[in-house]
Design a protein around this ligand. Structure first.
Ligand SMILES: Cc1cc2nc3c(=O)[nH]c(=O)nc-3n(C[C@H](O)[C@H](O)[C@H](O)COP(=O)(O)OP(=O)(O)OC[C@H]3O[C@@H](n4cnc5c(N)ncnc54)[C@H](O)[C@@H]3O)c2cc1C
Length: 435
């Protein structure tokens, strides 16, 4: 049993302290509930900048924030670093890695992870970007491949080690492709004079006929032309059908030899045992009503990436993006307040604030509700919005300094291969990802 005092207040357990969980927890301050926050990490992470850590552009500490620091002065708040395992809905108990805990209300906000559509090979040999642990593994392996390329005994091995295949042309795939292309252009030539004219080869594979397929055709085309100008080989209408340790197979029957497969193509809700099977939909998302209540469970809510809320405007559910998670959490906090006053609950209506993606220096695409633009202005807008969204003044300053440094010097701050003791650091093919 997790030891938390029983007080004369209803207990809300928030499982997962990402965008949704953190917003809800902050908004519940002084609202008359006991709040228990559970997360398997002791920090909040900022996934939109994962690709910059993966490509050695930012230090990981700039995009992480310790949860205990955030809640230092919150009364009746309890934080536990535990992994959520399952729910015993009959007894209002949540089962975690440190034992069980009872709830009056349970909010599931523990996000999503990679989906490999049943490909065990892809799961084994590709590297994902869904957690900071995966991102650091990717960065280390990438840098290790460059080092191994210097000592490679023949040109074939060197080329394989310097070939990167990114699968999935959504925002994450496009952003990491652009960042690696910049690294290729500005950093590899200086760090590795041994490569002379040889540069890394970057492939971006996308199954549908364009990258950034959730944005307008114009933004897609712009992003593609930006990437191609930077030397990325963009293969659209192309499916990766499988892989082995050193090859990606594509549906044309061709294959690409590679030392690094990056997987950004699929997403599925983190597992939650104990709920009825019919609560789950496509993509492992938990079906919720317009108040984010899980179907069939009046005391259980789901928010953000893990939830599926359908409606007239979003028959397939909302996009799995930060704004949906934040806005759902804001409304749920207000509804918890209304419940206390026996007022009727408000239904969720998503306010789409727009989408954006960056490809590299002066190259970005932005689609706001009233205006769309690309290029230099879009890039500055992208930077400003991401900087403002990061938690903590120190993190904002660190990122701003990093970006300014990179802007003027064309250099990247962190190119260190750092693996915990016990993880091989000579071969790049250490596929374990310690959490
Ligand atoms: C690489 C990448 C780039 C992205 N870029 C953008 C972008 O530019 N703009 C945008 O709007 N969105 C972007 N997204 C999507 C955005 O990050 C998500 O939509 C958002 O994080 C969802 O918020 P959430 O609170 O539902 O989940 P998360 O923010 O993922 O939070 C889930 C939390 O649950 C915790 N957790 C997970 N499993 C367990 C468990 N079993 N037990 C306990 N705790 C657990 C995790 O540690 C985490 O703190 C990106 C995502 C990725 C992966």
């Amino acid at each position: 049993m997790i030891n938390i005092p029983n007080i004369d207040k209803k207990r809300i357990i928030i499982a997962g302290c990402g965008f949704a969980g953190l917003t809800l927890a902050k908004k519940l301050k002084n609202k008359g509930y006991q709040v228990v926050i559970l997360d398997k990490h002791n920090y909040h992470q900022f996934p939109p900048l994962f690709y910059q850590v993966a490509s050695a552009g930012l230090e990981e500490s700039s995009i992480l924030f310790p949860l205990r620091k955030i809640f230092q002065h919150y009364k009746d708040y309890h934080l536990r670093k535990v992994e959520v395992e399952s729910v015993d809905t009959a007894n209002n108990l949540l089962i975690t890695s440190a034992g069980e805990i009872n709830y009056d209300y349970l909010v599931l906000a523990h996000g999503a992870t990679n989906a490999y559509f049943g490909s065990a090979q892809m799961q084994k040999y590709s590297r994902g970007m869904k957690t900071i642990a995966e991102v650091l593994d990717l960065r280390n392996s990438l840098l290790m491949n460059f080092e191994n390329a210097v000592t490679a005994q023949n040109a074939e091995d060197r080329e394989m080690l310097l070939t990167i295949v990114i699968i999935g042309g959504g925002p994450s795939g496009v952003e990491i492709a652009g960042a690696l292309a910049e690294m290729n252009k500005y950093v590899l030539s200086k760090d590795y004079p041994e490569f002379k004219e040889i540069r890394a080869k970057i492939f971006l594979i996308e199954a549908v006929d364009r990258v950034l397929s959730t944005m307008s055709r114009k933004s897609s085309d712009k992003a593609r032309s930006f990437l191609e100008k930077m030397g990325v080989h963009v293969l659209t209408s192309t499916k990766a059908t499988g892989c082995d340790e050193k090859t990606v197979f594509i549906d044309s029957g061709k294959s690409i030899g590679t030392g690094m497969i990056i997987w950004t193509a699929g997403i599925t809700g983190n597992q939650t045992e104990g709920l009825n099977a019919d609560c789950f939909s496509r993509g492992g998302r938990i079906r919720v009503d317009s108040y984010n209540r899980v179907s069939g469970y009046p005391d259980i809510y789901a928010l953000g990436d893990i939830s599926l809320q359908t409606g007239e405007r979003y028959p397939q559910g909302h996009p799995q993006v930060a704004q949906v998670a934040i806005q759902q959490a804001q409304l749920l906090a207000e509804n918890f307040k209304r419940m206390k006053r026996n007022k009727s609950l408000k239904e969720f209506k998503y306010k789409d604030l727009g989408t954006m993606a960056t490809v590299g220096r002066h190259l970005a695409v932005v689609e706001l509700p009233s205006v769309r633009f690309q290029g230099v202005l879009a890039w500055f807008v992208w930077m400003f919005i991401h900087l403002m969204s990061i938690i903590g003044v120190k993190n904002k300053l660190m990122i701003f300094m990093n970006w300014a440094w990179k802007y003027f010097t064309y250099d990247q701050s962190t190119r260190l291969i750092l693996r915990p003791k016990g993880c091989a650091d000579i071969s790049s093919n250490n596929y374990s990802t310690p959490e």
